[in-house]
Design a protein around this ligand. Structure first.
Ligand code: DAH
Length: 339
């Protein structure tokens, strides 16, 4: 019995606890009704008279060791709990780490500011669109390949409803709901059924522009876009318009800017041509004006549409589109702080 008690005392010295639950288990193990210490005390009557004094002292030592251990461990755990609580204290000063704005938000905001300075307001439209606003009103022929299942995410239950494939759909909504003159831009998310790669994604962002008034000409379009290119990419930026085709504009064009990296001399960003394409544009087709309830005899207008990812990639020389969607902090932290 003596050895046993001594070994208990040794064990108790070396145990430690992190949780109140563990401490309670320990207390029950030693001091509980059926615990070690009451059992030892019950055995005490069997101890030989000569050893009784020594065993009495030892048993008391053991009991003392257990109670001391419990008191100490309790203090320790309580301290620990208090420390954890204070790390949730809302009155403490905030961490010095601040977030950064997403590069796509920075560029979208910059585009909005540039156009706001020449009187363009901002409008938004729904991401889930009907065929009329996304295609039909925009003069897409019935058999146009852009309506194909390969490009468009349709809603299974209705072939009439799809995720918008471009922000041009907002043109129609704004013309339907407003009287001319109209001078607005429409930023937003668009969706296409494309395989994800460094150059393509199934979700991306566009900004659409629309200007409708009496006597709006192609010269107004050109001047507006030249102003935009210089504000966005620098005073020395040149623009070039190439004839193109879009169902909703006539004539249509694609606009290139002189490569802001090499200044037009040729580099791998502009593929040694000196020019990079940034947007599509044109004069709004009279059919579209009529479809959206605008008097095509009285009014003319221009429209343009650009991809925010594309502008951002050019501005910050980002080579892989997927970086915008991965939320890797090492990438995001390189941009302007949010405060
Ligand atoms: N909606 C076209 C696209 O997604 C871009 C575009 C081209 C918009 C010409 C326009 C425009 O407003 O006039 O590819």
């Amino acid at each position: 019995m003596k050895e046993q008690v001594l070994s208990y005392i040794e064990t108790i010295k070396s145990v430690s606890f992190e949780k109140m639950d563990d401490l309670e288990t320990f207390r029950i193990q030693y001091l509980g009704k059926k615990g070690i210490i009451p059992a030892l005390f019950a055995d005490f009557k069997n101890v030989a008279a000569a050893d009784r004094k020594e065993m009495g002292v030892l048993l008391n030592d053991l009991k003392q060791a257990v109670t001391t251990k419990i008191d100490e461990a309790k203090d320790l755990i309580e301290n620990l709990i208090q420390h954890i609580d204070s790390s949730n204290d809302l009155s403490l000063p905030v961490s010095k780490e601040i977030g950064t704005r997403h590069p796509l938000s920075l560029v979208r905001n910059e585009i909005i500011e540039i156009f706001a300075r020449i009187g363009f307001t901002v409008e938004e439209g729904p991401e889930i669109e009907d065929d009329w606003h996304n295609f039909t009103a925009l003069n897409f022929p019935e058999e146009h390949p852009a309506r194909d299942m390969q490009d468009t995410f349709f809603i299974e239950k209705s072939p009439d409803i799809a995720l918008r494939t471009h922000t041009s759909s907002v043109q129609v909504r704004v013309m339907e709901n407003n009287q001319a003159p109209i001078r607005s831009i429409f930023p937003g998310r668009v969706f296409r059924n494309e395989a994800i790669s460094a150059r393509a994604h199934c979700i991306f962002h566009q900004v659409e522009g629309l200007y409708i008034d009496e006597n709006v000409s192609f010269a107004d379009l050109k001047q507006t876009l030249m102003y935009f290119a210089k504000e966005m990419f620098g005073e020395n930026t040149g623009i070039r318009l190439r004839p193109s085709y879009f169902p909703f504009t006539e004539p249509s064009a694609e606009m290139d800017i002189s490569c802001h990296i090499c200044g037009g001399k040729g580099c791998n960003i502009c593929k040694y041509t000196g020019w990079v394409e940034i947007l599509g544009c044109g004069m709004v087709d009279p059919n579209v004006l009529t479809n959206a309830g605008i008097d095509a005899e009285k009014y003319t207008g221009f429209a343009f549409g650009m991809g925010i990812e594309r502008i951002t990639m050019l501005k910050y020389q980002i080579k892989d589109l997927r970086l915008f969607f991965e939320n890797d902090l090492r990438f995001l932290q390189q941009f302007e702080s949010a405060i």
